[in-house]
Design a protein. Structure first.
Length: 575
């Protein structure tokens, strides 16, 4: 049987006793959690605890939030992790740490699943917006997938549990490029101001992205207090139903038009015919830190209209043109390699390609997978493969008669269509954006869409820094509760990052020496701040019968500077 957990680490010598606790960046995280009032909202919106409960659900969930942010241990290891820290940093008593076992935390996740609703999310975010003065004039939405390892047969279909809908963990379009694994869909909305997460939802793994936008936009209207914000999303937003709903209710959007729209092919055909038929107007240049121009952006001088009557603006990027050209060259190289391999298979003495239709299908599959149909012309040549066999059985002699047997054998030749390839280069770097906002200039529309990658940063943190997968849980309700925890973790880390950067701006600091060897960092991240404070500890030293003395690791100049920037006192840090 495992020994009960005791906080800290004990060291003893004759007449001396030392107990050491980790402190790390917990006081910084706690400062953000206090301002968020997350524990209060948990107590208000989650089902009330049983009177016999010795560990409040809200406190346990906050321990989970801190764990995912600082360490990301499996649920069964959270108790051992928390025992390394001073209990008061979790607002706990010493004896409560031993109660942080996996069964209790699992039940807390179940209660969070029952209590997680749009009302809870909106209540927390409304307070955060007011407390941290987050602007909601521009919101960005996107989705990703959370991949699962295992059968999850009990969660194969959607259901109802404890009055709440459960998702189906099943196959879908996996954005981690693992179509063999099951998944859930995770949608997130962030603000342009600091890319602060303002709303999230999870869905069954087979839900397609374009069906989530209307419900999300309606809830964002509740959060903002009306439709007065710019909604930016990828091409999954650009369905007639989604755009029509937003436009009818007075909303504004920016999205990219899918290639499947007729207007897209019409414009590209015009460009392919003659590059002089389209007049491009320069917008702005993008330069790197050394002042070198890395991209030049242009807009088509003639603004168009989509079939639904929305503004259609065509842009051209020199950097994207370079990437398109390189991508096309790679696809052609892959196709040529695949065709060469197919030709070798056709020439094998034991080839199974004896029918023209089968060869044609194999060629079409290669061209389709590599997306090079317009540029490579393949010719299938049919030849006779003759063999001679004895007409009669027996030992061959000079009088033996032979009969000729022929079977078709196919040979491939191909060539690049130079004209089509040159025409394709004319449309390199162009892309269309749709918007119904008549007040935005072409440059403002483009810059709004160019800010869309800020949400990809949050997804990257979700999957790398916080390791949302693999999920060490089996119960789908608890999994949905854990995904809510991840939203709050993203919110905490974003706010800490934003507060530090804003404090630097107020103090006129261009950078902090956060990188190795004291190199300057102009955009500090929460992950780097956590790493800087990793070795901070608190020690209680008892000498003989004297009162315990509290000793905290001496702070470095950088640590003290960060603490001051975040509104705390270095003298009180960790005590």
């Amino acid at each position: 049987m495992a020994e009960p957990l005791e906080p800290g680490q004990q060291a003893q010598a004759p007449g001396l006793s030392l107990r050491s606790y980790q402190v790390g960046a917990l006081p910084l995280v706690n400062r953000i959690l206090e301002r968020m009032r997350l524990e209060e909202f948990f107590r208000e919106y989650l089902p009330p605890d049983d009177p016999r409960c010795r560990f409040p659900t809200a406190q346990a969930l906050l321990v989970l939030v801190r764990n995912v942010l600082l360490s990301r241990e499996p649920v069964y290891a959270v108790g051992a992790w928390a025992a390394q820290f001073a209990p008061d940093l979790f607002n706990l008593w010493d004896e409560q740490v031993a109660l942080l076992h996996d069964d209790r935390l699992g039940r807390c996740l179940t209660r969070l699943f029952v209590g997680t609703s749009p009302e809870l999310i909106l209540a927390v975010v409304r307070h955060v917006i007011a407390e941290f003065q987050v602007s909601l004039d521009e919101l960005h939405n996107d989705s990703t997938t959370v991949t699962f390892y295992g059968a999850y047969d009990e969660a194969a279909e959607e259901g109802l549990r404890l009055g709440r809908a459960t998702h189906a963990i099943t196959w879908g379009h996996n954005k981690d490029h693992r179509p063999d694994l099951k998944q859930l869909l995770y949608t997130l909305t962030v603000s342009h101001d600091g890319s602060v997460p303002v709303y999230f939802t999870s869905h069954s793994g087979n839900v397609v992205d374009d069906t989530t936008h209307i419900a999300t936009w309606d809830l964002l209207c509740q959060l903002v207090g009306g439709p007065d914000f710019l909604y930016v999303a990828d091409c999954k937003l650009a369905s007639a139903e989604n755009l029509g709903h937003i436009a009818r209710h007075g909303g504004r959007f920016v999205t990219v038009m899918p290639r499947s729209h007729g207007e897209d092919e019409q414009f590209r055909a015009k460009v392919r015919q003659s590059s002089e038929g389209v007049r491009w107007k320069p917008l702005y240049d993008v330069s790197d830190e050394e002042g070198n121009v890395t991209d030049r952006l242009f807009v088509c001088a003639e603004e168009g209209l989509s079939s639904e009557g929305y503004r259609l603006l065509w842009y051209r990027s020199t950097r994207k043109a370079e990437l398109d050209l390189a991508s096309r060259a790679r696809r052609v190289q892959r196709a040529l390699a695949a065709l060469t391999e197919l030709r070798q298979r056709l020439s094998s003495p034991r080839t199974r390609f004896r029918e023209r239709g089968k060869v044609q299908r194999a060629v079409e599959e290669v061209l389709s997978q590599c997306e090079v149909e317009p540029w490579i012309c393949v010719t299938i040549e049919e030849r006779e493969d003759a063999t001679y066999r004895q007409a009669q059985p027996g030992r061959p002699s000079k009088h033996t008669q032979y009969r000729k047997e022929t079977r078709p054998r196919y040979h491939l030749t191909w060539e690049l269509d130079a004209v089509a390839f040159a025409n394709a280069e004319r449309e390199d770097g162009i892309f269309p954006l749709l918007t119904n906002d008549r007040q935005l200039t072409a440059e403002e529309v483009l810059r709004a869409y160019k800010r869309q990658p800020i949400i990809e940063k949050r997804f990257s943190q979700l999957k790398t820094d916080f390791a949302v997968a693999p999920v060490y849980l089996k119960d789908v309700g608890r999994i949905q509760g854990l995904l809510a925890i991840y939203f709050f973790v993203l919110l905490v880390q974003t706010l800490l990052e934003r507060e530090l950067r804003q404090a630097m701006a107020r103090k006129g600091l261009d950078s902090l020496p956060l990188y190795p060897e004291g190199r300057p960092c102009s955009r500090p991240t929460t992950a780097r701040v956590i790493e800087v404070f990793e070795l901070v500890q608190r020690h209680w030293l008892v000498v003989g019968d004297n009162e315990p003395q509290c000793l905290v690791t001496e702070l470095t100049t950088l640590q003290a500077q960060i603490i001051k920037l975040l509104g705390l006192s270095p003298a009180d840090y960790g005590r």
